[in-house]
Design a binder for this molecule. Structure first.
Ligand code: SAM
Length: 265
């Protein structure tokens, strides 16, 4: 795991310090009192690349590419569009509706998982996996604690069931057809740097490509469909057996699907 220390904002209250200590024990990183040090000084003195920062009501990670924190901004806009009757490319690709069960293998910043959760509602289920412990900690804390005025978004966030796991291992534990769809949004083989929303996640995110074994397991676990998001024109679609879906003609991002009925396992 990338090197890190845990600290708080300047002038923390005791709850912040206690929480910072608790997390540092859980994750195995050192807790240091912030005093009046800048992040750069703390990184230099302790020879670490990242700082897990405990704020009053939230967590963030200061990486060399910026600050990584949970915010439902993107999900907010997409849910607003969906409620206004507009489509969403991910939801169209997943073909999910109220009551569907989704396994989202790549939680990341959680935007896709929140939108999925909004669509499937309380009768459905979204389980989202994240392999990196720091990303997992920040995003799962945000999903549970971020306060939000819109009840639709608040409920969608709280309903996401997050698991710290490698999807390769988690899929092995799942029964056949136990989710309607399985979704992958791996780090792109060729990153789109201008999509700056993901920049702070890059130094921490797991960059390994998906394997044929993972996709085979996903096809066993999904009742209907396995979906992957990648760069338009990515060779990953063909390598892993995905059919590229229509839509997003002018977008740099594409979705591919494997429909269970069309695949010989
Ligand atoms: C592109 S981001 C996902 C973004 C996400 N869809 C969103 O809406 O914010 C990919 C995430 O998947 C995680 N990841 C990569 N390989 C994984 C694996 N084998 N198991 C679980 N998570 C994985 C990365 O660490 C990273 O956080």
């Amino acid at each position: 795991m990338a090197s890190f220390i845990v600290t708080t904002t300047r002038k923390p209250d005791s709850a912040q310090e206690n929480f910072a200590e608790e997390i540092s024990l859980k994750l195995g990183g050192k807790f240091l009192r912030r005093e009046d040090f800048s992040f750069d000084t703390l990184k230099k003195i302790h020879g670490v690349e990242n700082i897990l920062l405990v704020k009053k009501n939230s967590l963030s990670i200061v990486t060399e590419e910026g600050e990584l924190f949970f915010h439902p901004n993107t999900a907010h806009l997409r849910i607003k569009n969906l409620r206004g009757g507009e489509g969403d490319r991910l939801i169209d690709a997943l073909k999910i509706s109220e009551g569907s069960k989704v396994l989202d293998c790549t939680l990341g910043l959680g935007s896709d998982a929140v939108v999925e959760s909004f669509i499937v509602g309380s009768k459905g289920k979204v389980v989202a996996l994240e392999i990196n412990p720091l990303i997992f900690e920040v995003v799962s804390h945000g999903l549970k604690n971020f306060s939000e005025d819109s009840p639709h978004i608040l409920e969608a966030m709280r309903r996401v069931e997050v698991v710290h796991a490698d999807c390769k291992d988690f899929l092995k534990t799942c029964a056949e057809n136990s989710f309607d769809v399985v979704y992958f949004d791996p780090m792109f083989r060729h990153p789109i740097k201008k999509s700056s929303g993901l920049n702070p996640i890059r130094p921490l995110a797991d960059n390994r490509p998906l394997t044929e074994e993972i996709i085979r397991d996903a096809c066993r676990v999904a009742k209907f469909r396995v979906v992957m998001k990648e760069h338009s024109g990515s060779a990953e679609f063909e390598r892993l057996g995905f059919k590229i879906l229509d839509g997003g003609k002018y977008s740099s991002v594409a979705f591919g699907a494997i429909d269970k009925t069309y695949r010989l396992l």
